[in-house]
Design a protein around this ligand. Structure first.
Ligand SMILES: [Zn+2]
Length: 309
């Protein structure tokens, strides 16, 4: 392998590493899949109790991802204060509007991003082929510097206007975009990562075009709240406020389902036995069990219900 090929190979690896996204464990990641979007709530290339690492398409704009934190746990919000925030959090119209507004605001970042992409992946290989390493280096450095400075200035200005409270995030974005042309290519997309925070992930899923698997996610989330287990609550046991808060969120999920032509009453119906030996199921995660089981091994729900054929 020639030094030029090795250099391009290293560049490619560094470039691909920019398209890995870290998501906290209390957030959902929305990334592009085919022509639509998908949500990831678990799994990933690497995952721990603090979060998980996921890949996105390694092309600017297609590599956009949204990290959406779940609405504050019911135990920390009193039901009197929750109503307006629930309405806003579940407004599909507002999600769409916010998405568009943020994308429009960051639009000036698109041309430095694509220009840097062209510089690295079109101009650089051509120059390396015709001019050699030394001349290419200086042309590449001067071109990249101009574009990176422009990108960082746009990024800092627009980000402070849209997310004035996120100083640390802005500093991190601007610093990385100023230090590496590969990170600067990602600025346009990464700056929008937190754009939909504050909305409920299911409202985000409903608003993103071509989203697949909304009903499965909604049903799982609805059941998680319906059968809230003590260890998910901040208190030792599930308090009355928890139950009331989760009921409000469930009602909003049901309303959203009905708007989409889905009957939410089916989410709690008894499933068919997947195996003749299965006699009981967990109402929370729908795992089926034989007669010997007394509690759900998967989600720790303490009461199994009978499967009635
Ligand atoms: Zn279970």
């Amino acid at each position: 392998m020639s030094p030029v090929q090795m250099l391009l190979g290293c560049l490619l690896l560094l470039y691909l590493s920019e398209f890995l996204v870290w998501v906290r464990s209390d957030a959902w990641l929305f990334r592009r899949r085919g022509r639509g979007w998908e949500a990831l709530t678990q799994g990933g290339l690497i995952s721990s109790s603090r979060g998980s690492l996921h890949w996105v398409y390694p092309i600017p704009q297609l590599g956009r991802a949204y990290s959406v934190q779940t609405v504050a746990p019911p135990s920390v919000i009193h039901s009197k204060d929750i109503r307006p925030s629930i309405d806003t959090a579940f407004s599909v119209l507002d999600v769409g509007r916010r998405c568009q507004d943020v994308e429009d605001a960051f639009r000036p970042l698109r041309w430095p991003s694509w220009s840097l992409w062209g510089l690295v992946w079109v101009v650089c290989p051509l120059l390396l082929h015709f001019l050699g390493l030394q001349s290419t280096f200086w042309i590449l450095i001067s071109g990249a510097l101009i574009l990176m400075v422009t990108n960082a200035l746009f990024l800092a200005r627009i980000h402070s206007k849209l997310f004035s409270g996120s100083r640390d995030e802005r500093l991190r974005l601007v610093l990385s975009a100023s230090l590496s042309p590969l990170a600067a290519i990602r600025s346009f997309d990464l700056a929008q990562k937190q754009a939909l925070d504050g909305f409920h992930p299911l409202a985000v899923a409903a608003a993103l075009p071509g989203f697949r698997g909304w009903e499965e996610l909604a049903a799982a989330e609805w059941r998680r709240l319906r059968y809230l287990v003590a260890f998910e609550s901040s208190a030792e046991s599930v308090t009355a406020v928890d139950a009331e808060g989760s009921q409000e969120i469930r009602a909003a999920i049901e309303e959203l389902a009905r708007q989409r032509g889905i009957d939410p009453t089916l989410w709690d119906s008894t499933p068919r036995a997947e195996d003749p030996a299965h006699t009981h199921y967990c109402p929370r995660c729908r795992t089926q069990f034989t007669r010997q089981a007394t509690r759900c091994r998967d989600c720790c729900w303490p009461v199994l219900l009978p499967i009635i054929e």
